[in-house]
Design a protein around this ligand. Structure first.
Ligand code: DC
Length: 649
């Protein structure tokens, strides 16, 4: 387990820029764990979230007889065909709300009485509406300590189906719990909402999506219908990145005047907190949603507009939006937030208190908070053992000096790697210091970039980075994974998960030297296609800038887009060219049994692909020194380059 300090002091940054893949969705992971555990046969779940709340679900399901075993990034679940076994001990749901509600419902399918208990925090959260609905379906439930709260004992009975009513005005999780077990009822089930109200209805759609993916028949409308007899079937299933988690980097971009790309959430995703995207647009940000990614750009004038919005469908996202409102140019009103009182803490009160410490004036009513920004001031933020409070308020510290976040470890509930992910977005960590020298050397293949850059770096005592090796390394990772290079969503996902490092001139993948593999013909033929994907480039640029930031004196960086995109402010930009036949002969010298003709054709094909791609095509920067190396020995090229370095002062 990662160790966390007792607090963190945030340091404000300039505009954050970067690409991030949030962890797997907590909501989908916990639904998929349960459905797979109840399915016929084996399931393989990719991209699952490994955090406190999902460990709670995992151990609870194991206690009920399901087998869940991680194999790398895949969770292998052996399903129980709808029958769970009652353990002797109480099932401990820890502090996980979804686990408490889903396991309480699933206990109805056990072969004996099941006691369910949780942490002190969870014992304070409501369970009564689900208990009422289960009792109406003939399932016995006893309260073991206090009425309306865990611990409870569930006495299973066959679920009859038919009409059930549930009070889902406090949490949609009660209804989701009932939905998840309804395929095992004797007849079709129709779930109505008391007074027609279901809060966070979008979460019911997410529940239905997961159920359908495993073969259930379910529809969500004014009421929810679940067919009986269509039970879950084990399968291979991809878990999306978490939309609630995505709100933190996106808001970080919005409030610092930055640009942030989040990947891993498909365009068709039903995750509730995607509602936050509309709010950020209303605040003046540009939100570009593509099949593989979401990119947020802060308003160009840096001013966020105040908003008056109903966030009842994106309740978790309300916390990051409330923090964004601190930086709006006027008072904002966030409505529809009554359920926030029943989360890890009373989040409405907590928001008001902590926003107040940072200089805002807040007014809270039953379900609304009004945030009037004031003169910002740093403060120690209490986080109430609530991961979302910690993550949301850390964002304020990217702008306001001296924001201290208490108990940063509470993020482990849903995002154990949050603090390192935030660190990656800090421009300070991806842009070299002011005294470093950066020399950019661009040009097509075979012009002598590597020889020139390496020699120049040695003579100047700078680091040497071959960015082509990063694109080749990413391509090797894609080929190894077996995903199709014509499936950009899958390619982007693999590239973001690949641990690529360039050390002492060698390319490493997961700390294994793949320098030979990246020169293979399969990598060479696939690399242009992989390098043309915008989200792959974003990631590569991020890794390359970070690499250079770690060079104490700076670096000579070679590639195709260094002077134009990666380091547009480089101290010196050189663009090398050479005639195609010369380049082919040079490349042939690097490969055994080379056929110059086919190498020239391949170089020309890659030149065309690299120069005509939409994002960062190969071209000389306007302020680059262009050197034709066709008839110049490499020493001559280095001399010309050094003479330009001498002029830098
Ligand atoms: O320099 P090289 O042949 O090793 O580069 C391999 C591929 O990577 C090249 O076809 C284009 C791509 N690339 C790129 O798009 N941008 C860079 N900065 C470096 C390489």
């Amino acid at each position: 387990m990662e160790r966390f300090p007792i607090d963190v002091t945030m340091v404000p940054v300039g505009p954050v820029r970067g690409t991030i893949r949030p962890p797997g969705s907590k909501s989908i992971t916990n639904r998929a764990f349960l459905v797979a555990a109840l399915a016929d046969g084996e399931s393989r779940l990719e991209g699952w979230l490994d955090a406190d709340d999902t460990q709670a679900m995992r151990t609870a399901l194991s206690a009920l007889g399901a087998e869940l075993a991680p194999e790398g990034s895949t969770m292998v679940v052996r399903g129980r065909s709808g029958r769970l076994s009652a353990p002797e001990e109480a099932v401990d749901v820890r502090s996980s709300g979804t686990t408490a509600r889903f396991i309480t419902a699933a206990a109805a399918l056990a072969d004996g009485p099941v006691r369910v208990d949780g942490s002190a925090q969870l014992r304070r959260r409501p369970i009564e509406p689900l208990v009422v609905a289960l009792r109406s379906a003939g399932v016995g439930v006893d309260y073991l300590v206090a009425t309306g709260a865990l611990p409870i004992c569930v006495h299973p009975a066959p679920l009859p189906g038919g009409h059930l009513a549930i009070d889902a005005s406090v949490s949609s999780q009660f209804a989701s719990g009932l939905m998840l077990v309804s395929p095992f009822a004797e007849r079709d089930t129709e779930i109505d909402f008391v007074d027609g109200v279901a809060v966070s209805r979008t979460y019911l759609e997410t529940t239905a999506e997961v159920m359908r993916a495993f073969g259930a028949s379910v529809s969500v409308d004014e009421s929810v219908s679940v067919g009986s007899g269509r039970q879950y079937v084990g399968r291979h299933y991809e878990i999306e990145a978490d939309a609630s988690a995505a709100t933190y980097p996106l808001v970080a971009g919005a409030i610092t005047g930055g640009v942030v790309t989040v990947i891993g959430i498909p365009a068709a995703s039903t995750q509730a907190d995607l509602g936050v995207l509309d709010v950020l647009s209303a605040m003046g940000c540009t939100v570009d949603r593509r099949p593989t990614s979401i990119t947020l750009s802060a308003p160009s004038d840096g001013k966020l507009q105040p908003v008056d919005v109903d966030l009842s469908l994106a309740p978790d996202g309300a916390l990051s939006i409330a923090v964004a409102c601190l930086f709006a140019s006027g008072p904002s009103t966030l409505r529809g937030l009554s359920t926030l009182r029943f989360k890890e803490t009373d989040r409405l009160t907590a928001l008001a208190t902590e926003l107040g410490k940072l200089g805002a004036d807040t007014t809270v009513t039953d379900d609304t908070i009004v945030v009037v920004p004031g003169a910002p001031s740093g403060a120690r933020i209490t986080t109430y053992d609530d991961h979302r409070m910690a993550m949301a308020f850390s964002l304020a510290g990217l702008v306001i000096p001296e924001v201290v976040i208490d108990d940063p470890g509470c993020v482990a509930k849903t995002w154990p790697g949050y603090w390192s992910a935030l660190e990656e977005l800090r421009p300070g960590s991806v842009i070299a210091g002011p005294t470093a020298t950066i020399v950019a050397i661009d040009g097509p293949g075979g012009v002598g970039k590597t020889t020139v850059s390496r020699t120049l770096a040695e003579k100047l005592g700078l680091g040497h980075l071959d960015t082509g090796a990063f694109y080749r390394g990413a391509t090797a990772a894609v080929l190894r994974s077996g995903v199709s290079i014509s499936d950009p969503v899958a390619v982007v996902d693999v590239v973001h998960r690949a641990a690529l490092t360039f050390r002492d001139g060698a390319m490493l993948l997961d700390e294994v030297d793949i320098s030979d593999e990246i020169r293979s013909s399969s990598v060479t033929s696939a690399v242009s296609a992989v390098a043309a994907i915008p989200e792959v480039r974003d990631r590569m640029v991020q890794l390359q800038r970070r690499w250079v930031a770690h060079q104490p004196k700076g670096a000579v960086v070679e590639g195709r887009d260094i002077g134009t995109v990666v380091f547009p402010d480089a101290d010196l930009k050189i663009f090398l060219t050479a005639r195609p036949d010369v380049r082919a002969r040079r490349r042939a010298g690097e490969v055994a049994d080379a056929d110059v003709g086919s190498i020239q054709r391949d170089l020309e094909r890659r030149d065309r692909a690299d120069s005509s791609r939409e994002v960062s095509p190969l071209r000389a920067a306007d302020d680059a020194v262009v050197i034709d190396t066709s008839d110049l020995p490499m020493e001559g090229v280095v001399e010309v380059a050094l003479s330009h370095v001498a002029h830098l002062g």
